[in-house]
Design a protein around this ligand. Structure first.
Ligand SMILES: [Fe+2]
Ligand SMILES: [Fe+2]
Length: 343
């Protein structure tokens, strides 16, 4: 699994990093914006200053810069993202950015902050917004997907899995909001157990030893332990955290559960997890198209996924590509991607 720049190059702890694309332009800024120069944060725009879209484009075209906001101004930053989305003139594309950015911050906290319980409270609000967004327009999911390809990977994966999970749940349960929130939380939290695993191991791109692989495979159990006393996570979402690596034919882990021994939400998250692992660009492989990914996943049948749920997911993209994937592909193992072969 790739790692976001935030973790690779830790900056002064009083700040958090923001992606410049998410900063609202041509209106007064709601927070101070800093630029990181030779490891030092330099004030770039004061609160109430205006960053023009022209200047933003020129900054983005040069690339490489890192922008920071003071930790104490995090609520102001989140508020500015919310205002962007609530503005009726905001385009779907910009709304997608807000959802991504806000989700990214929450998931970052889920992995970094000491108290998961506290962060989960904020995640509920976020998931509720994601449910509204995914319901609003069919192009919403496509917009969110497009943003994934050049983004930080680790936390985005959880956000993307949440989006796909909500999207499939919507197809299955219609407007049952409770179910959709459960789905979103299950997707968002599914890999939270990786908090307990050394990031060097998670990011390792060479082949894992048997022992290392066994450690990675403990993350569903770690996730269950982390969430056990967290009250506001629905039971089905907790099950999805624990069961998302079980396979329909009983060949998965941690308990080799099969068929309907696994909760439906866990099976949905399992599909979303593999789909995202294949369609997201990472440092060590190019993203493949959704139809190619579905074709590969289809090749893992029968056995890997619940056939009815997979068919429902597959309906969204029915074009077949000409690629295959070995049946033991695991979305957690970076090296597995090299097993993709052209037929
Ligand atoms: Fe996982
Ligand atoms: Fe995952």
């Amino acid at each position: 699994m790739g790692e976001p720049a935030i973790k690779q190059k830790p900056v002064i702890s009083r700040f958090f990093e923001v992606r410049l694309q998410s900063v609202v332009t041509d209106v007064p800024l709601g927070f101070d914006l800093f630029l990181l120069v030779s490891g030092n944060p330099i004030l770039f725009r004061k609160q109430k200053d205006v960053l023009t879209s022209q200047r933003l484009h020129s900054l983005l075209s040069h690339g490489g810069q890192r922008f920071l906001v003071l930790e104490e101004q995090r609520p102001l930053y989140i508020q500015s993202l919310k205002e962007m989305v609530n503005n009726p003139e905001t385009s779907m594309e910009v709304k997608s950015r807000y959802i991504k950015e806000s989700a990214f911050l929450h998931v970052n906290d889920l992995f970094e902050k000491e108290s998961v319980a506290e962060t989960v409270k904020g995640a509920e609000i976020l998931v509720s917004e994601m449910v509204d967004f995914v319901s609003e327009d069919v192009s919403a999911v496509a917009n969110l997907m497009q943003l994934s390809k050049h983004d930080y990977y680790t936390y985005n994966h959880c956000v993307d899995v949440a989006v796909y999970t909500i999207s499939l749940a919507k197809q299955l349960y219609g407007a049952d909001r409770e179910k959709l929130i459960q789905a979103g939380l299950g997707g968002l939290l599914h890999d939270v157990g990786k908090r307990k695993i050394d990031t060097a191991l998670i990011n390792k791109q060479t082949k894992l030893s048997q022992e290392e692989w066994l450690e990675i495979k403990k993350h569903p159990e770690y996730g269950q332990a982390i969430l056990i006393d967290v009250e506001n996570v629905p039971q089905d979402s907790k099950r999805a955290v624990y069961e998302h690596h079980e396979n329909y034919d009983g060949t998965g882990y941690p308990n080799k559960k099969r068929g309907d021994e696994v909760c439906e939400l866990s099976k949905i998250v399992a599909i979303a997890d593999v789909f995202d692992a294949l369609t997201t660009e990472r440092s060590y492989h190019k993203a493949i198209s959704p139809s190619e990914a579905l074709d590969m996943m289809f090749g893992m049948q029968p056995g890997k996924f619940d056939p009815d749920l997979f068919e429902a997911f597959n309906k969204k993209f029915d074009k077949k590509a000409n690629l295959k994937l070995l049946s033991d592909f695991d979305p957690c193992q970076a090296g597995s991607i090299t097993r993709i072969e052209k037929k």
